[in-house]
Write a protein that binds this ligand. Sequence first.
Ligand SMILES: Nc1ncnc2c1ncn2[C@@H]1O[C@H](COP(=O)(O)OP(=O)(O)OP(=O)(O)O)[C@@H](O)[C@H]1O
Length: 282
Amino acid sequence: MRPALEATGLGVRYRRSWALRDCSLAVPAGRVAALVGPNGAGKTTLMHAAVGLLRPARGSVRVAGEAAFVAQDKPLYDGFTVAETLAFGRRMNTRWDGDAAADRLARLGIPLDRKAGGLSGGQRAQVAITLALARRPDLLVLDEPLANLDPLARHDVMRAIMAEVAERELTVLLSSHVVSDLEETCDWLVVLNDGRLQVSGDIEDLLAGHLVLTGPADTPSPAGVSVVGESRTGRQAGLLVRGGPVPDPRWRARRASLEELVMGYLRSPASAALPGLAGVGA
Ligand SMILES: Nc1ncnc2c1ncn2[C@@H]1O[C@H](COP(=O)(O)OP(=O)(O)OP(=O)(O)O)[C@@H](O)[C@H]1O
């Protein structure tokens, strides 16, 4: 099946510095993909390139169908009511599902006569996402949709995104700094670090393909697996490895959590888990 989002050798440069280098990835249709990485890693740049807001200096990025983008600051006109905001969206877009948008806001209990400036952070996020969904996109791109939201609002926003994905063929790419927010919802992981792609893959396959090993600090690294990262503190050593099993009884092995997997790669910028590498599903 054609990927919903495909980047090939993508490179983006702001003046003389490269914000993204040689980035090749494919997100299958119908997935909810988490885009994670430290500040300045290139997440927003990748999203802007994907939705056509900036032109790559190298390579290409392609979306199958229409993309809708919700920027980090969720721009809404504070003086407009929610109803006026919807009417404006209808005038600006040929492909517009106003009924679905009104239904969605009613379900969320967001009053149509409220000025956007009087909405809470969570409500603003929901209105911005509703406007993007009303355009019936094939790919919904959300730049930190959960930033500045309390835990309940974060949960509500993620649940609402899940409901949309379940209802129709929609692919989502969303960035976040809080990996625990992504665990229940996302099934694809993209890790960027300093402008380079480190991980792109199915989350279940990635978790099944990695182990956390703990053992005495002087234990030699196990054979037959590839060490992503290691920390040796005092008498204890901890490794994140790709592959397994590890028959050496000095190492205790367990499944990695999503957080451990992400942190393990981010701490070891030279490591990568990309399609085509042994032990990682494409
Ligand atoms: N308009 C711009 N002009 C010059 N440099 C830029 C511009 N936008 C981003 N950059 C630089 O490109 C790099 C990637 O930035 P980007 O905003 O894509 O990262 P990010 O992963 O989204 O970061 P954050 O998590 O802080 O939002 C950074 O080094 C940043 O300083």
